[in-house]
Design a protein around this ligand. Structure first.
Ligand code: RP5
Length: 170
C-alpha cells in the first residue's frame, strides 16, 4: 500500500505494517499534533511490499523527515528494516495481537543486531514513540523543548492537585 498522507514539510514519518494497526498508531499522530509537529503517515509492510517500502524510505530525507516511528505486529520486521535502510533515528512500536499477543513483535523489534538501532517503546505505546520523537527534535528546537517542559510540568501539577483534593476531603 502507498503512503496515506503527506503534509508539505513533515518532520516525522509514522509508518505501520497494516491498516489493522491504524487505531493503535493513531496515538502517535494525536501526540505529535498536540506538540504542533507535522508528520506524514504511511501503511507499508516490510514483508508484503519490501520494494515499495525501500523506495519510500529513500525519499524521507528529501521530504525533510528527521525521525521515523514504525509500528508492526506479529513477526514485526518493519522498524528493523527501516533502520537498516536509513541513518535517521527509528522508534519501534510493537503491536499486540495474534497467537502470542505481542510477545513476538516486542522481541522482534527490541532484539536488533548490534549496529542497527531501533528505540523500542512498550507494547502499543505509540504515545511514547511520539514523545520520544518530539524529544529528539527538541534537541535543536528550543520552542519544542519548552512545550515538552510544560507537558512534564502538567504531570506534576496533576499529582499535586490530586494530593490537595485528597487532603481537602480527609
Ligand atoms: C503485521 O501483521 C502488521 O503490522 C499487523 O500488525 C499484523 C497483521 O496484519 P493484517 O493481517 O491485519 O494485515 O505485519
Amino acid at each position: 500500500m502507498s503512503p496515506t498522507s503527506t503534509p508539505s514539510r513533515p518532520k516525522v514519518a509514522v509508518v505501520y505494517g497494516s491498516a489493522s494497526d491504524a487505531a493503535t498508531m493513531s496515538k502517535a499522530g494525536a501526540t505529535l499534533g498536540r506538540f504542533g509537529v507535522e508528520f506524514e503517515e504511511a501503511v507499508l509492510s516490510a514483508h508484503r511490499a519490501p520494494r515499495t517500502l525501500a523506495d519510500w524510505v529513500d525519499g524521507l530525507r528529501d521530504r525533510g523527515v528527521a525521525v521515523v516511528i514504525a509500528g508492526a505486529g506479529l513477526a514485526a520486521a518493519l522498524p528493523g528494516t527501516v533502520a537498516a535502510l536509513t541513518t535517521l533515528p527509528v522508534i519501534g512500536v510493537p503491536i499486540s495481537g495474534g497467537a502470542l499477543d505481542g510477545m513476538d513483535s516486542l522481541l522482534a523489534i527490541a532484539q536488533m543486531p548490534p549496529g542497527v538501532a531501533v528505540a523500542t517503546v512498550g507494547l502499543n505505546n505509540a504515545t511514547n514513540a511520539a514523545v520520544l520523537a518530539v524529544q529528539i527534535l527538541a534537541v535543536s528546537d528550543p520552542d519544542l523543548a519548552a512545550k515538552l517542559a510544560t507537558y512534564k510540568d502538567d504531570f506534576e501539577k496533576a499529582a499535586a492537585d490530586g494530593l490537595a483534593r485528597a487532603g481537602a476531603s480527609a
